[in-house]
Design a protein around this ligand. Sequence first.
Ligand code: ADP
Ligand code: MG
Length: 427
Amino acid sequence: DTTITENLGSLLKRVTGFDEFRRGQEEVIRSVIQGRDTIAVLPTGAGKSLCYQLPVHALGGTVLIVSPLLSLMEDQVAQLKMKGEKRVAALNSFLAPKERAEVLANLGRYRFLFTSPEMLVQPHISKRLKQLRIAYIVADEAHCISQWGFDFRPDYLRMREWLAALEDRPPVLALTATASEKAIRDIADYLLMRQPELFIHTPDRPNIAMELVRLAGREEKTEWILKNLLRWQGPGIIYVQSRKRAEELAGHLRNREIHAAAFHAGMEGEDRILVQQQFLNGELEWICATNAFGMGINKPDIRWIIHDHLPSSAAQYIQEIGRAGRDGGQSLSTLLYSEGDADTAAFIATDDLPEPETVHFIGKCLAEGMDIREAGELAGLSETALRVISYWLDRLGTAQAAIQMDRLAKAKREEIQSMVQFAEGAG
Ligand code: ADP
Ligand code: MG
């Protein structure tokens, strides 16, 4: 083991130029090199990318990185290319047909191959990938596979189908910053891991103070924000529920000559990149953002996180708070809370969770030979809800799936209550 350790140190130096591993990296890398399924929970900015980038230099072959977010994927590809890595490609929906054909024709040449869960299950791509010598498979932002995580992406579940169809499955490395026990169990389960090694490093951040401020409603919240932001120096993030609210608040702040901008998924890609860049550069002091803002962003000197709404999961909330004070400087997280916010959060959290009655209804339709899409339409289910339901129906059957939906909804409501207590207790 000591020789591996020594070799890892020189491998790190040779490949990256870095002198030392950061906390958590070395043991994760060793586990992957030893061929074990591995789950690594490391805080944002801790250096998770290195955990999948290094082992392949010792093992040879291709790493297949599955990433649920196109922007994140593009970012990782760009970073690798900037570091001089030439053997890197992304198979995603951004590719023109000609480019895609070229990547597919040259698959074996790549050291790093990024793809999305959707691509993975396309038959012609899946077939080509199976012919590759894959050293290991990486699930980045792996919490997105879990309904317990705050950013559930049902498409991610398709990774399981793909893994299940592999004859001799290479080891899987799951990377995330979210340490919820349930999310971790889901990750291990959905990625068909065999006795995974689990490494957890959660951030201990005593420099973030917390407070809960009770206010009557939206207007009082707006007043509170305007009053305080005239005194406070940014940088800070105000997390809001909706795109409209983000625009509204940013407008109010700009009217008072405060350097603020909105950020949400309804904006053009270019505008979003610009706002992000200006915030990173310090040209913008405040971002009024929906939860679309933050993943993959590493700005160390954020002093304030203000929540204008209650997020719909604890993991989301903790993740957002944790964006403050990465430089160790004193920071404050404020939850602006008014009566009814918990109900709104619960409504959103359970929106895509079908009611038990709906599960029974769908189950009955299927038993009668109806197509699942048709049944979903009849029941008025969203795309996400339909995927959730068909996943659980497949695994558990109707009765158990209905119970499972009920359990999930109840747990989500409890979780939301505990967030309010958390913010209150700390304040
Ligand atoms: P995460 O995915 O965990 O949020 P990243 O992988 O994006 O974090 O890494 C954050 C930054 O830390 C990157 O700029 C990366 O180059 C740097 N980094 C990672 N590991 C090391 C190391 N051992 N020494 C110095 N810098 C590192
Ligand atoms: Mg990352």
